[in-house]
Design a binder for this molecule. Structure first.
Ligand SMILES: *[C@@H]1O[C@H](CO)[C@@H](O)[C@H](O)[C@H]1NC(C)=O
Ligand SMILES: *[C@@H]1O[C@H](CO)[C@@H](O)[C@H](O)[C@H]1NC(C)=O
Ligand SMILES: *[C@@H]1O[C@H](CO)[C@@H](O)[C@H](O)[C@H]1NC(C)=O
Length: 330
């Protein structure tokens, strides 16, 4: 599929968000929904098309079949109350961040975080390592599948940590003011992270606290080879995102604004694709992922938290859900 992808310059611009005209709203379909009070935090996709979603408030991992619109609980992690970032490490083996985060007060328990692996064929979960020095492990992206290295964002300390999901070796590789939590309000700075494909890698990140999306070039070991820069600012309280298969855009969600954006990696233009502050389409959107089969490669799956943290119009909440958007041609 590489030939069909437009080449993207990796030069990062210090840009404020350009407003872009919104295209026609894409077709949306609710795939599955849980009970009121649930929070789906993140999502990864298996090569067979099944979605793996993580929950906050309960230490649960669920499988979702987007074709049959069914869901099933596949694992519960002991000793924690929530599951966060997830990415595929080896075929059908996923690395996962977990820890204690209290939804009611939006506060983390520093020292309670750990990294796990899930074998999606057997549903066996295994703890790789406790990370006692972390305040809030949140986003997770695979760095080196051969070695088993992942990068994990620490939303509380404003760092990116390299962790080996097999040996447990842990090292802080990036620490930057752009990752830090805000001076006031919910203490979450850097949130979702995703690594670009290709030989020259950029680590893209959301800053929840500063409503910004940015990037930093990194070496094969995850250490920075250039400065951390914002690409788009004032977008919304950005949670997690997916990079488009061609690597030109971040499909990003603003949790507090219930919105899905497409952000150009080249120039930071953020285009509102779906949702609104007062809309129940994707209340409290938390993450996004592209389908991986020929049938759903143009589908972006958005997960939600039912607006638990910021009820719509001050009162409306609903159960967490997965919504499929067909973004073909957008
Ligand atoms: C995290 O939460 C679990 C389950 O609620 C609890 O058993 C454990 O003691 C907590 N750990 C910390 C460090 O607070
Ligand atoms: C920004 O880049 C996108 C492609 O990534 C392009 O379609 C758009 O026209 C550009 N906008 C500006 C303002 O340069
Ligand atoms: C929020 O209020 C606006 C204005 O009254 C209304 O149009 C919208 O449907 C409401 N949203 C929800 C989710 O109830």
């Amino acid at each position: 599929m590489f030939f069909s992808c437009a080449l993207v310059s990796l030069s990062l611009l210090l840009a404020t968000t350009h407003a872009a005209a919104s295209p026609k709203a894409p077709q949306a379909r609710t795939v599955v929904q849980w009970d009121v009070g649930t929070w789906v935090e993140n999502v990864a996709v298996r090569s067979n098309g099944q979605l793996i979603v993580t929950m906050l408030g309960v230490p649960e991992i669920w499988a979702v079949d987007p074709v049959k619109s069914t869901k099933s609980l596949i694992a519960s992690l002991p000793g924690v109350n929530g599951v966060l970032g997830i990415d595929e490490l080896a075929p059908d083996v996923f690395a996962i961040a977990a820890g204690n985060f209290t939804l009611a007060t939006a506060t983390t328990t520093p020292g309670s975080y750990s990294i796990w692996t899930l074998n999606a064929k057997t549903n066996v979960v295994k703890k790789a390592v406790d990370v006692p020095g972390a305040a809030m492990l949140n986003g997770l992206t695979t760095l080196d599948a051969v070695k088993g290295d992942v990068l994990v964002s620490d939303s509380g300390l404003g760092t990116v940590i390299r962790i080996n999901a097999y040996t447990g070796a842990t090292k802080v590789v990036i620490s930057d003011p752009a990752f830090a939590p805000p001076a006031a309000g919910i203490q979450i700075g850097i949130n979702g992270i995703r690594l670009s494909k290709g030989p020259k890698k950029t680590l893209y990140f959301n800053s929840f606290g500063s409503s910004s999306f940015g990037g930093v070039p990194v070496a094969a070991d995850g250490t920075p080879t250039g400065p951390v820069k914002f690409i788009a600012q004032n977008v919304g309280s950005l949670d997690d995102f997916a990079l488009s298969p061609c690597g030109s855009y971040a499909w990003d969600v603003a949790n507090g604004q219930n919105e899905l954006f497409k952000i150009s990696l080249k120039n930071g233009t953020a285009t509102l694709i779906a949702g609104a502050l007062d809309s129940a389409l994707i209340p409290g959107a938390t993450s996004a992922a592209f389908g991986r089969t020929s049938k759903d490669k143009d589908v972006v799956y958005v997960t939600t938290s039912g607006a638990l943290a910021a009820p719509i119009n001050g009162t409306y909440i609903e159960g967490a859900k997965v919504v499929a958007f067909n973004v073909h041609g957008l």
